[in-house]
Design a protein around this ligand. Sequence first.
Ligand code: GAR
Length: 210
Amino acid sequence: RNRVVVFISGGGSNMVALADACASPGFPAEIVAVISDKATAGGLARAAERGIATHVFERRSYTGKAEHEAAILDALNALSPDIICLAGYMRLLSGEFIKRHEGRILNIHPSLLPLFPGLHTHQRAIDAGMMIAGCTVHFVTEGMDEGPIVAQSVVPIVPGDTADSLAARVLTVEHRTYPQALRLLAEGAVGMGADGRVERKAYVGDPQAK
Ligand code: GAR
């Protein structure tokens, strides 16, 4: 089974969805540790409840960004993960970090990339008059929210939606989509090619769109 380390900064509901999938029989991956940059992240207790080791690296405990990342890299090297899943990790990784793990880092973003990368994505989708929203799991590359797409799912935007109501609707499909994407990568059904594009042996996303 592929060894997975999940990075979080917050509630960790996507981490829980990944952990639940990994606990199901025959799933090709296991979570060996959760890393958080926030000691207050709610996901830490949820990981511990599931018997998953947790490691906290608060930015303010280190003199600079480089030292902070070096400490995380040291811990990662000891864990020797096959795959790293960013799940609500609100910090950018350096190019060096990404290069070391290229094609093995996934991120989930709560929009239909390449639309609305970055912050306040739900309000921006509503303000743009979009009638659909969704989530994207993609390989992490140096550009923020720019890496090749592994899986996407779609939800409607309905009259009266607020950023919060839309975020909650998108989150429900995130919890399905992230485990599907992790399974594909762990099984070798998708990979990042040398040209930086996704090599795909299976389709994943909204089943109605298939
Ligand atoms: C999720 O909606 C995730 O897509 C988003 O943060 C939330 C984390 O929730 N990630 C980003 O915005 C990354 N830029 P969770 O901690 O409950 O999984």
